[in-house]
Design a protein around this ligand. Structure first.
Ligand code: AMP
Length: 282
């Protein structure tokens, strides 16, 4: 695996690389969820590029940015084992040179900028669009791989690609979970042993919601009430939101029959750690 820290050498290498180019943007602290994206890219493309960049502009909480886990040596080993061809690890100055134009500001997210993660983390998706558009300009990937774990992010990226007319194909990849159901996340290592034991309640709640949603008479509000009660029964958890939404627009639906595809999305604060998860209901 070749490692690049600067844009010029990366671009020079990619000009002669085997196509199609597959791209997996990450913030590092890699786990099996990230590896699944690399492996899918490896199976479908000629050259796999992974980026590791903890993007300061998408953190609305400075403490979260400061405490974000950084494990570059272990990450490199994992990427080599997964067959990654190229790792791009730029500095903040490399990604955001002083006079750079802010083309990402042209993207209008509409309702995606108002619901769920956007409501809880103001400015977060502006930062995501800024970094992903910059990385797309640098890597010029044919296919780009994103996890369904960040369901709203995937919708935002698709909208960005549409509006900014990127040529890259967006591939969504299923959520990889621990044996007890907890969705893998770089933030899980920051949970205390006690919190880690409690955390699977999130997926347990989502799974029960999915089961209950099979009853055609059930309304979204019943599912929301059920999930809220489950999470509130655990005193260590605070529910930030639980939404039953149209999987395309991410707007809330009153009943499952109101959309072709419906998703349940949840965000929970467990101690100091914020965890998100989701499940497709239909
Ligand atoms: P991050 O490093 O958290 O920015 O994540 C980089 C990419 O990995 C994003 O596209 C995430 O959606 C994806 N990802 C993170 N966790 C998982 C998981 N448990 N399963 C599948 N994909 C994931």
């Amino acid at each position: 695996m070749l490692v690049f820290e600067d844009i010029l050498s990366l671009k020079k290498h990619l000009r002669g690389a085997k196509t199609p180019i597959g791209f997996v943007p990450t913030m590092g602290a890699l786990h099996k969820g990230h590896v699944s994206l690399i492996e899918k890219a490896k199976a479908e493309t000629g050259t796999v590029v992974c980026s590791i960049f903890v993007n300061p502009t998408q953190f609305n909480d400075p403490k979260d940015l400061e405490k974000y886990p950084r494990t570059l040596d272990a990450d490199k080993k994992m990427l080599i084992d997964a067959g990654c061809d190229v790792l791009f690890v730029p500095s903040v100055d490399e990604v955001y040179p002083k006079q750079q134009q802010q083309s990402h500001l042209a993207v209008d997210l509409g309702n995606l900028e108002k619901v769920m993660e956007s409501a809880q983390r103001p400015g977060h998706f502006k930062g995501v669009i800024q970094v992903v558009s910059r990385l797309f300009d640098i890597v010029e990937p044919d296919k780009s791989y994103f996890g369904q774990k960040d369901f709203q992010q995937l919708a935002v990226i698709r909208e960005m690609v549409r509006q900014m007319e990127y040529k890259t194909e967006i591939i969504s990849c299923p959520i990889i979970r621990e044996a007890d159901g907890l969705a893998m996340s770089s933030r899980n290592v920051r949970l205390s042993p006690e919190e880690r034991k409690i955390a699977p309640l999130i997926f347990k709640t989502l799974s029960e919601v999915k089961k209950n949603s099979q009853d055609v008479r059930i309304k979204s509000q019943d599912l929301i009430d059920y999930a809220s009660k489950q999470i509130k029964s655990c005193k260590e958890m605070t529910l930030e939101y639980f939404e039953i939404a149209d999987a395309k627009t991410l707007l809330p639906v009153k009943s499952l029959s109101d959309a072709v595809e419906v998703v349940a999305c949840i965000a929970v604060k467990l101690g100091q750690i914020r965890l998100i998860d989701n499940i497709i209901l239909k």
